[in-house]
Design a binder for this molecule. Structure first.
Ligand code: ATP
Ligand code: SKM
Ligand code: MG
Length: 165
């Protein structure tokens, strides 16, 4: 959370002239309620099922840039769906993440002490993010535009390597 997935996905889509989707937004639209309401009413496990379905639908229907939720990779089924796709991990350190998420409003897993919640999530999830990603881009101390530039370079380079174009 706060890595900039939603923000950077939009910049990349504009750069490449592609459509952009965001599974958090897809879930809220389909459910007609906010993510925090889903967590409160039905719990995280149910949210992860909705998220897996949203990722599957987006990968099937959408040819463009997809921003995931920060915890999507926790679900083994979602990780399987992502295999074979270009997945870029936007890394953020504790200090920048805390600055970017502010009070954590709308992010149910940050309820309580935002700094200690962010630290716990980063520590727990780091190995999973690295295992799913085909590239990692550092976001600390960089603007969204600088991050998008580096993601584009990483993706375009891997494309050249794969296709020679
Ligand atoms: N590189 C950056 N530098 C400074 N601020 C940033 C950067 N990237 C994003 N932000 C800001 O941080 C906040 C969170 O960004 P964003 O919503 O894109 O994160 P996210 O990774 O999609 O989070 P989530 O997992 O909750 O969906 C926004 O206010 C955004 O403008
Ligand atoms: O990191 C997480 O687990 C989450 C991140 C957000 O994108 C949302 O998907 C939700 O708030 C959970
Ligand atoms: Mg987001």
């Amino acid at each position: 959370m706060g890595a900039g997935k939603t923000t950077v996905a939009q910049l990349l889509a504009a750069r490449w002239g592609l459509p952009v989707r965001d599974t958090d937004q897809d879930i809220e639209a389909a459910e007609r309620r906010e993510i925090s309401e889903i967590f409160v009413d039905d719990g995280e496990d149910h949210f992860r099922e909705l998220e897996r379905a949203a990722v599957a639908a987006a990968l099937a229907e959408h040819d463009g840039v997809l921003a995931l939720g920060g915890g999507a990779v926790l679900d083994p089924g979602t990780r399987e769906l992502l295999a074979g796709h270009r997945v870029v991990f936007l890394h953020v350190g504790l200090s920048d993440a805390v600055k970017r998420v502010g009070l954590g409003v709308g992010r149910p897993l940050l309820l309580g002490n935002v700094r200690s919640r962010v630290k716990a999530l980063l520590d727990e999830r780091q190995p999973l993010y690295s295992s799913v990603a085909s590239a990692t881009v550092e976001t600390d101390g960089r603007t969204p535009e600088e991050v998008a530039e580096e993601v584009a370079r990483a993706v375009e380079t891997s494309q050249t390597r794969e296709t020679g174009t």
